[in-house]
Design a protein around this ligand. Sequence first.
Ligand code: V07
Length: 237
Amino acid sequence: MISEEGIPVHIAIIMDGNGRWAKKRALPRIAGHNEGMKTVREITRSASQLGVKVLTLYAFSTENWKRPKLEVDFLMKLPEEFLSTFLPELIEENVRVEMIGDMEQLPDHTKKAVQNAMNRTAENDGLILNFALNYGSRTELVQAVKSIIQDVKEERLAEQDVTDATISRYLMTGHLPEPDLLIRTSGEHRLSNFMLWQLAYTEFFFTDVLWPDFSEKHLLEAIASYQKRSRRFGGLS
Ligand code: V07
């Protein structure tokens, strides 16, 4: 059972196991990605209903470009595919679509679809559905450091005012609270260059469930586990 009080404000998810899901069924990897997209819809709806404020989903990492070209091409069509089906529903549910990652390197058709979704949901004030797309945490940190140096050089920022809060602000998540709960599916226990700075105090929940099989039931399990732990932490402070 979960309590309505301690709902994590920001949940981040590494959606792993789509390829494995397909392999188990002797299907091509892309079938797993397709199925994983349906899970994105279900989990977004659940998170929104639970009153989660931010849901960050790791959809494509900077390392994923190394995959076979056909798979990359397919993945780059998923944002359009997802939005052509679900954008009306997201608008209806007052969800705001955002993204972190380098948008510049995305194919034009992908960029257009994501930009259109962000524009059309910019005024929504419900759940922020934040896609990490062509995202890598170390690159994000390098960009932040460069921007800080530039702002110090050009005297918009004083060197003595550079604190850990400054670094947080210069990241792509600068306007968002840090994740309270990180979920990684499919039995892997690594961060894989995902939100390294932002996860410093985050509770981690690992499950062997493959992303296409992940359902609201599993989300509630993760939140219940988080609530148990954050209550204990609360009792000590
Ligand atoms: C992708 C489905 C989920 C499992 C993980 C890999 C495959 C939704 C999106 C998406 C991205 C941006 C956006 C709207 C939807 C997506 C990629 C892969 C690259 F604005 N699912 N999904 N993008 N997968």
